[in-house]
Design a protein around this ligand. Structure first.
Ligand SMILES: [Fe+2]
Length: 228
């Protein structure tokens, strides 16, 4: 592990050498990607103020704190997925903030204005194969989201094509080596109160019901095909 103090000493002694050392030794910087639509684009299902606070404060804080949690570490992979897969080897701040960074990045991507309806393509076939019907899948996913006690997430994951529904506490996710159910996340719902409280207050089931109207199934299918 390298510290800033060590690097600062290097700066004062030789800028050129320092540049080459820090260029290879510094952890990567994980940027918060732009929200792919306007804050009000998912109205009336997810309100603009919730989206603004969720993206610009909650997710931004996870991104900032994730990068800070990596600062004293060396040999950090450039792909966040690789960090998640070995999360048991990292400090808890990386687990909490890196999970928050990764989970929200996926959550924004799998929602879209004029989303909803039913899936098509390979993921639709896989849902029918592994759950019996789309309605049976909806029921399983909604129950996982409703039943998660406290803060957390519900997921649809693909283990090389085989689908499963699960939920995780806090900012954990199914990529993590500590997860009970592992796989490539292809759909998720944030059930922290900050995701719905302004519009739905304590009525989490109403938020989950509304979520079905904003799912970006084309993206979910892309993620499914990548997982094969
Ligand atoms: Fe959130």
């Amino acid at each position: 592990m390298k510290t800033h103090n060590i690097q600062n000493n290097f700066v004062s002694s030789c800028a050129l050498i320092c540049f080459s050392l820090t260029a290879t030794g510094h952890p990567p910087v994980f940027k918060q990607q732009p929200l792919p639509y306007a804050y009000d684009a998912l109205e009336p299902y997810i309100d603009a103020l919730t989206m603004e606070i969720h993206y610009s404060r909650h997710h931004a804080a996870y991104a900032k704190n994730f990068n800070e949690s990596l600062q004293s570490l060396s040999d950090v992979p450039a792909k966040v997925e690789e960090i998640m897969k070995n999360i048991s080897h990292y400090p808890v701040a990386v687990r909490n903030n890196g999970g928050g960074y990764y989970n929200h990045s996926l959550y924004w991507e799998i929602m879209a204005p004029k989303g909803g309806g039913e899936p098509s393509g390979k993921v639709a076939e896989a849902i029918r194969r592994d759950f019996g019907s789309f309605d049976a899948f909806k029921d399983a996913f909604s129950k996982a989201a409703s039943a998660r006690f406290g803060s957390g997430w519900a997921w649809l994951v693909s283990d090389k094509g085989k689908l499963a529904v699960c939920s995780t506490p806090n900012q954990d996710n199914p990529l993590m080596d500590i997860a009970e159910v592992k796989g490539a996340p292809i759909l998720c719902i944030d059930v922290w109160e900050h995701a719905y409280y302004l519009k739905y207050q304590n009525k989490r089931p109403d938020y989950i019901q509304a979520f079905w109207n904003v799912i970006h199934w084309k993206k979910v299918n892309e993620l499914y095909e990548k997982s094969l």
